[in-house]
Design a protein around this ligand. Structure first.
Ligand code: TPP
Ligand code: SF4
Ligand code: MG
Length: 286
Protein backbone atom coordinates (compact mmCIF):
# COMPACT_ATOMS: atom_id res chain seq x y z
CA UNK A 1 0.00 0.00 0.00
CA UNK A 2 1.06 3.54 -0.75
CA UNK A 3 1.33 4.92 2.80
CA UNK A 4 3.33 8.02 3.71
CA UNK A 5 5.85 7.54 6.53
CA UNK A 6 4.98 10.13 9.10
CA UNK A 7 2.30 9.35 11.63
CA UNK A 8 0.89 12.63 12.90
CA UNK A 9 -1.09 11.11 15.79
CA UNK A 10 0.92 9.91 18.79
CA UNK A 11 -0.30 7.31 21.30
CA UNK A 12 -2.76 8.12 24.05
CA UNK A 13 -6.31 9.40 23.75
CA UNK A 14 -9.58 9.14 25.65
CA UNK A 15 -11.69 7.40 23.00
CA UNK A 16 -13.03 3.83 23.15
CA UNK A 17 -10.67 0.99 22.21
CA UNK A 18 -11.51 0.07 18.61
CA UNK A 19 -12.99 3.50 17.73
CA UNK A 20 -13.42 3.62 13.95
CA UNK A 21 -13.42 7.43 13.86
CA UNK A 22 -10.00 7.55 15.56
CA UNK A 23 -8.59 5.22 12.88
CA UNK A 24 -10.09 7.50 10.22
CA UNK A 25 -8.39 10.64 11.49
CA UNK A 26 -5.04 8.90 11.74
CA UNK A 27 -5.40 7.83 8.09
CA UNK A 28 -6.51 11.30 7.01
CA UNK A 29 -3.42 12.90 8.51
CA UNK A 30 -1.18 10.25 6.98
CA UNK A 31 -2.63 11.19 3.59
CA UNK A 32 -2.62 14.96 3.96
CA UNK A 33 0.67 15.49 5.84
CA UNK A 34 1.98 18.03 8.30
CA UNK A 35 0.84 21.18 6.56
CA UNK A 36 -2.73 20.61 7.72
CA UNK A 37 -5.02 22.24 10.26
CA UNK A 38 -7.83 20.11 11.68
CA UNK A 39 -11.26 21.66 12.33
CA UNK A 40 -13.47 19.70 14.73
CA UNK A 41 -16.85 20.47 16.21
CA UNK A 42 -18.34 18.92 19.36
CA UNK A 43 -18.53 15.14 19.17
CA UNK A 44 -16.55 12.09 20.27
CA UNK A 45 -13.38 13.15 18.48
CA UNK A 46 -13.28 16.30 20.57
CA UNK A 47 -12.03 14.07 23.39
CA UNK A 48 -8.94 13.09 21.48
CA UNK A 49 -7.00 16.21 22.53
CA UNK A 50 -7.77 17.22 26.12
CA UNK A 51 -6.25 20.59 26.99
CA UNK A 52 -3.34 21.00 27.73
CA UNK A 53 -2.53 17.62 26.15
CA UNK A 54 -2.83 16.64 22.50
CA UNK A 55 -1.87 13.51 20.58
CA UNK A 56 -1.64 15.53 17.33
CA UNK A 57 1.43 16.94 15.64
CA UNK A 58 -0.75 19.40 13.70
CA UNK A 59 -2.92 22.33 14.86
CA UNK A 60 -6.46 21.53 15.99
CA UNK A 61 -9.37 23.97 16.20
CA UNK A 62 -12.34 23.04 18.35
CA UNK A 63 -15.58 24.90 17.77
CA UNK A 64 -19.32 24.91 18.38
CA UNK A 65 -21.20 22.10 16.73
CA UNK A 66 -22.97 24.33 14.14
CA UNK A 67 -19.91 26.07 12.79
CA UNK A 68 -17.52 23.81 10.90
CA UNK A 69 -18.38 25.09 7.43
CA UNK A 70 -18.11 28.73 8.47
CA UNK A 71 -14.76 28.15 10.19
CA UNK A 72 -13.40 26.19 7.21
CA UNK A 73 -14.46 28.95 4.80
CA UNK A 74 -12.94 31.63 7.07
CA UNK A 75 -9.64 29.77 7.41
CA UNK A 76 -9.46 29.18 3.69
CA UNK A 77 -10.01 32.89 2.95
CA UNK A 78 -7.48 33.90 5.63
CA UNK A 79 -4.76 31.59 4.29
CA UNK A 80 -5.42 32.84 0.76
CA UNK A 81 -5.02 36.47 1.79
CA UNK A 82 -1.82 35.60 3.68
CA UNK A 83 -0.51 33.76 0.62
CA UNK A 84 -0.17 30.51 2.59
CA UNK A 85 -0.89 27.06 1.23
CA UNK A 86 -2.35 25.14 4.20
CA UNK A 87 -4.75 22.20 3.94
CA UNK A 88 -7.95 22.82 5.91
CA UNK A 89 -9.39 19.49 7.03
CA UNK A 90 -12.79 19.44 8.72
CA UNK A 91 -13.25 16.17 10.60
CA UNK A 92 -16.85 16.30 11.75
CA UNK A 93 -19.45 13.81 13.03
CA UNK A 94 -22.66 12.90 11.21
CA UNK A 95 -24.92 14.65 13.74
CA UNK A 96 -22.93 17.86 13.30
CA UNK A 97 -22.95 17.43 9.51
CA UNK A 98 -26.36 16.06 8.54
CA UNK A 99 -28.30 17.88 11.25
CA UNK A 100 -26.88 20.68 13.38
CA UNK A 101 -24.24 22.13 11.01
CA UNK A 102 -25.84 21.58 7.62
CA UNK A 103 -26.53 25.28 6.99
CA UNK A 104 -22.93 26.23 7.69
CA UNK A 105 -21.54 23.51 5.41
CA UNK A 106 -23.98 24.48 2.67
CA UNK A 107 -22.95 28.14 2.93
CA UNK A 108 -19.26 27.27 2.76
CA UNK A 109 -19.90 25.25 -0.41
CA UNK A 110 -21.75 28.18 -1.94
CA UNK A 111 -18.75 30.43 -1.26
CA UNK A 112 -16.50 27.95 -3.06
CA UNK A 113 -13.73 28.16 -0.47
CA UNK A 114 -10.90 25.64 -0.40
CA UNK A 115 -11.31 22.91 2.23
CA UNK A 116 -11.70 19.16 2.64
CA UNK A 117 -14.69 18.16 4.73
CA UNK A 118 -14.62 14.59 6.05
CA UNK A 119 -17.82 13.58 7.79
CA UNK A 120 -16.84 10.73 10.10
CA UNK A 121 -20.12 8.92 9.96
CA UNK A 122 -20.80 6.61 12.91
CA UNK A 123 -24.52 6.96 12.18
CA UNK A 124 -25.73 8.56 15.44
CA UNK A 125 -24.99 11.25 18.05
CA UNK A 126 -22.58 8.97 19.91
CA UNK A 127 -20.87 11.37 22.29
CA UNK A 128 -24.12 12.30 24.02
CA UNK A 129 -25.40 8.73 24.34
CA UNK A 130 -26.26 7.21 20.93
CA UNK A 131 -29.22 9.37 19.90
CA UNK A 132 -30.60 8.98 16.36
CA UNK A 133 -29.24 11.41 13.76
CA UNK A 134 -30.51 11.80 10.21
CA UNK A 135 -27.56 9.57 9.19
CA UNK A 136 -28.91 6.66 11.24
CA UNK A 137 -29.99 3.83 8.94
CA UNK A 138 -33.60 2.72 8.86
CA UNK A 139 -34.42 0.08 11.50
CA UNK A 140 -31.26 0.69 13.61
CA UNK A 141 -31.86 0.88 17.35
CA UNK A 142 -30.62 3.98 19.15
CA UNK A 143 -31.51 5.34 22.59
CA UNK A 144 -34.13 7.62 20.97
CA UNK A 145 -35.41 4.87 18.63
CA UNK A 146 -35.35 1.81 20.90
CA UNK A 147 -37.84 -0.02 18.65
CA UNK A 148 -35.75 0.68 15.52
CA UNK A 149 -35.36 3.89 13.50
CA UNK A 150 -38.58 4.52 11.51
CA UNK A 151 -37.12 7.32 9.36
CA UNK A 152 -35.25 7.18 6.07
CA UNK A 153 -31.69 8.44 6.08
CA UNK A 154 -31.08 11.94 4.72
CA UNK A 155 -29.54 11.53 1.22
CA UNK A 156 -26.47 13.53 2.13
CA UNK A 157 -24.27 12.40 -0.74
CA UNK A 158 -26.88 13.58 -3.23
CA UNK A 159 -27.37 16.81 -1.26
CA UNK A 160 -23.65 17.52 -1.42
CA UNK A 161 -23.40 16.57 -5.09
CA UNK A 162 -26.34 18.89 -5.82
CA UNK A 163 -24.27 21.80 -4.48
CA UNK A 164 -22.14 21.37 -7.59
CA UNK A 165 -18.87 21.15 -5.65
CA UNK A 166 -15.98 19.53 -7.55
CA UNK A 167 -15.56 16.41 -5.45
CA UNK A 168 -17.88 14.22 -3.35
CA UNK A 169 -17.07 10.67 -2.23
CA UNK A 170 -17.79 7.91 0.24
CA UNK A 171 -15.06 5.92 2.00
CA UNK A 172 -14.68 3.44 4.84
CA UNK A 173 -11.91 3.07 7.41
CA UNK A 174 -11.56 -0.61 6.47
CA UNK A 175 -10.35 0.39 2.98
CA UNK A 176 -7.42 2.68 3.86
CA UNK A 177 -5.87 2.88 0.40
CA UNK A 178 -9.19 3.90 -1.17
CA UNK A 179 -9.64 6.61 1.50
CA UNK A 180 -6.07 7.88 1.15
CA UNK A 181 -6.38 8.04 -2.66
CA UNK A 182 -9.56 10.07 -2.30
CA UNK A 183 -7.98 12.48 0.18
CA UNK A 184 -4.97 13.00 -2.05
CA UNK A 185 -7.23 13.64 -5.01
CA UNK A 186 -9.30 16.05 -2.89
CA UNK A 187 -6.13 17.89 -1.87
CA UNK A 188 -5.17 18.38 -5.51
CA UNK A 189 -8.54 19.98 -6.38
CA UNK A 190 -9.39 23.61 -5.52
CA UNK A 191 -12.74 24.33 -3.86
CA UNK A 192 -14.95 22.48 -1.34
CA UNK A 193 -14.54 18.70 -1.20
CA UNK A 194 -16.79 16.35 0.80
CA UNK A 195 -15.93 12.77 1.81
CA UNK A 196 -18.28 10.69 3.92
CA UNK A 197 -16.27 8.14 5.86
CA UNK A 198 -18.06 5.18 7.43
CA UNK A 199 -16.64 4.69 10.94
CA UNK A 200 -17.99 1.73 12.96
CA UNK A 201 -18.62 2.58 16.62
CA UNK A 202 -18.15 -0.12 19.27
CA UNK A 203 -20.80 0.82 21.88
CA UNK A 204 -23.17 2.60 19.47
CA UNK A 205 -23.40 -0.31 17.04
CA UNK A 206 -22.93 -2.99 19.69
CA UNK A 207 -20.10 -5.26 18.58
CA UNK A 208 -16.79 -6.61 19.98
CA UNK A 209 -14.07 -3.93 20.06
CA UNK A 210 -11.63 -6.12 18.10
CA UNK A 211 -14.04 -6.30 15.11
CA UNK A 212 -14.15 -2.65 13.95
CA UNK A 213 -12.28 -3.24 10.68
CA UNK A 214 -14.26 -6.43 10.00
CA UNK A 215 -17.61 -4.66 10.51
CA UNK A 216 -16.57 -1.86 8.13
CA UNK A 217 -15.37 -4.39 5.57
CA UNK A 218 -18.67 -6.25 5.72
CA UNK A 219 -20.58 -2.98 5.19
CA UNK A 220 -18.75 -2.62 1.88
CA UNK A 221 -18.67 -6.28 0.81
CA UNK A 222 -22.44 -6.65 1.35
CA UNK A 223 -23.25 -3.49 -0.65
CA UNK A 224 -24.57 -1.67 2.43
CA UNK A 225 -21.88 1.02 2.06
CA UNK A 226 -20.80 1.46 -1.59
CA UNK A 227 -17.44 3.14 -2.18
CA UNK A 228 -17.91 5.81 -4.83
CA UNK A 229 -16.98 9.28 -6.00
CA UNK A 230 -18.57 12.10 -7.97
CA UNK A 231 -15.83 14.13 -9.60
CA UNK A 232 -16.99 17.24 -11.46
CA UNK A 233 -20.46 15.72 -11.61
CA UNK A 234 -19.26 12.36 -12.95
CA UNK A 235 -20.20 9.36 -10.82
CA UNK A 236 -18.23 6.12 -10.49
CA UNK A 237 -17.92 3.23 -8.05
CA UNK A 238 -14.31 3.04 -6.82
CA UNK A 239 -14.56 -0.55 -5.59
CA UNK A 240 -16.61 -3.45 -6.89
CA UNK A 241 -16.83 -6.59 -4.74
CA UNK A 242 -16.63 -9.66 -7.01
CA UNK A 243 -19.87 -10.93 -5.53
CA UNK A 244 -21.93 -9.19 -2.85
CA UNK A 245 -22.04 -11.06 0.46
CA UNK A 246 -25.40 -11.57 2.21
CA UNK A 247 -26.40 -8.44 4.17
CA UNK A 248 -27.14 -10.71 7.13
CA UNK A 249 -23.38 -11.10 7.68
CA UNK A 250 -23.13 -7.35 8.38
CA UNK A 251 -26.34 -7.05 10.40
CA UNK A 252 -25.84 -10.04 12.66
CA UNK A 253 -22.59 -8.73 14.16
CA UNK A 254 -24.35 -5.71 15.66
CA UNK A 255 -26.82 -5.35 18.52
CA UNK A 256 -28.43 -2.26 16.93
CA UNK A 257 -29.94 -4.47 14.22
CA UNK A 258 -31.19 -7.23 16.50
CA UNK A 259 -34.66 -8.40 15.46
CA UNK A 260 -34.74 -6.57 12.09
CA UNK A 261 -36.29 -8.04 8.97
CA UNK A 262 -33.04 -9.08 7.26
CA UNK A 263 -34.75 -10.04 4.00
CA UNK A 264 -36.37 -6.60 3.66
CA UNK A 265 -33.02 -4.87 4.19
CA UNK A 266 -31.29 -7.23 1.76
CA UNK A 267 -33.91 -6.29 -0.87
CA UNK A 268 -33.39 -2.54 -0.37
CA UNK A 269 -29.60 -2.90 -0.49
CA UNK A 270 -29.68 -5.05 -3.66
CA UNK A 271 -32.01 -2.68 -5.52
CA UNK A 272 -29.82 0.26 -4.64
CA UNK A 273 -26.66 -1.56 -5.67
CA UNK A 274 -28.08 -2.47 -9.08
CA UNK A 275 -28.96 1.16 -9.74
CA UNK A 276 -25.45 2.26 -8.76
CA UNK A 277 -23.80 -0.33 -11.00
CA UNK A 278 -26.02 1.08 -13.75
CA UNK A 279 -24.71 4.59 -13.00
CA UNK A 280 -28.17 5.78 -11.82
CA UNK A 281 -26.71 7.64 -8.83
CA UNK A 282 -29.40 10.34 -8.72
CA UNK A 283 -32.11 7.72 -8.23
CA UNK A 284 -30.44 6.21 -5.19
CA UNK A 285 -31.41 7.07 -1.64
CA UNK A 286 -27.96 7.26 -0.13
C1 TPP B 1 -26.02 23.19 19.51
C2 TPP B 1 -25.57 21.99 20.24
N1 TPP B 1 -26.46 21.00 20.49
C3 TPP B 1 -26.08 19.90 21.16
C4 TPP B 1 -24.80 19.76 21.59
C5 TPP B 1 -24.39 18.55 22.40
N2 TPP B 1 -23.53 17.65 21.68
C6 TPP B 1 -22.20 17.58 21.94
S1 TPP B 1 -21.43 16.37 21.11
C7 TPP B 1 -22.90 15.88 20.41
C8 TPP B 1 -22.96 14.68 19.51
C9 TPP B 1 -22.51 14.98 18.11
O1 TPP B 1 -22.80 13.89 17.28
P1 TPP B 1 -21.94 13.63 16.00
O2 TPP B 1 -21.70 14.89 15.28
O3 TPP B 1 -22.57 12.52 15.23
O4 TPP B 1 -20.52 13.15 16.58
P2 TPP B 1 -20.23 11.84 17.49
O5 TPP B 1 -20.61 12.20 18.88
O6 TPP B 1 -21.05 10.74 16.95
O7 TPP B 1 -18.77 11.63 17.37
C10 TPP B 1 -23.96 16.69 20.82
C11 TPP B 1 -25.38 16.52 20.42
C12 TPP B 1 -23.88 20.81 21.34
N3 TPP B 1 -22.60 20.74 21.69
N4 TPP B 1 -24.29 21.91 20.66
S1 SF4 C 1 -18.61 6.04 21.28
FE1 SF4 C 1 -18.07 5.31 19.22
S2 SF4 C 1 -17.33 7.13 18.09
FE2 SF4 C 1 -17.34 7.61 20.31
S3 SF4 C 1 -15.23 7.15 21.00
FE3 SF4 C 1 -16.48 5.31 21.36
S4 SF4 C 1 -16.21 4.05 19.47
FE4 SF4 C 1 -15.52 6.15 19.00
MG1 MG D 1 -22.01 10.51 15.04
Amino acid sequence: MDFPDENLVTGGHGLCAGCGAAIGLRLALLALGKNTVVVNSAGCLTLQPTYPYTPFKVPWIFLAIENAGAVAAGLSAAYRSLGKDVTVLCYIGDGATFDIGLQSLSGACELGENFIYVCYNNQAFMNTGVQRSSATPKCAKTTTTPGGNPFRRKPMIRIMAAHGIPYVATACISYPQDFINKLKKAKSIKGPKYIELLCPCVPGWGYEQSRTVEVGRLAVETGVWPLMEIENGKFRLTYMPKKLRPVKEFLSLQKRFSGVDEKEIEKIVRERWEKLVDGRFWEVDF
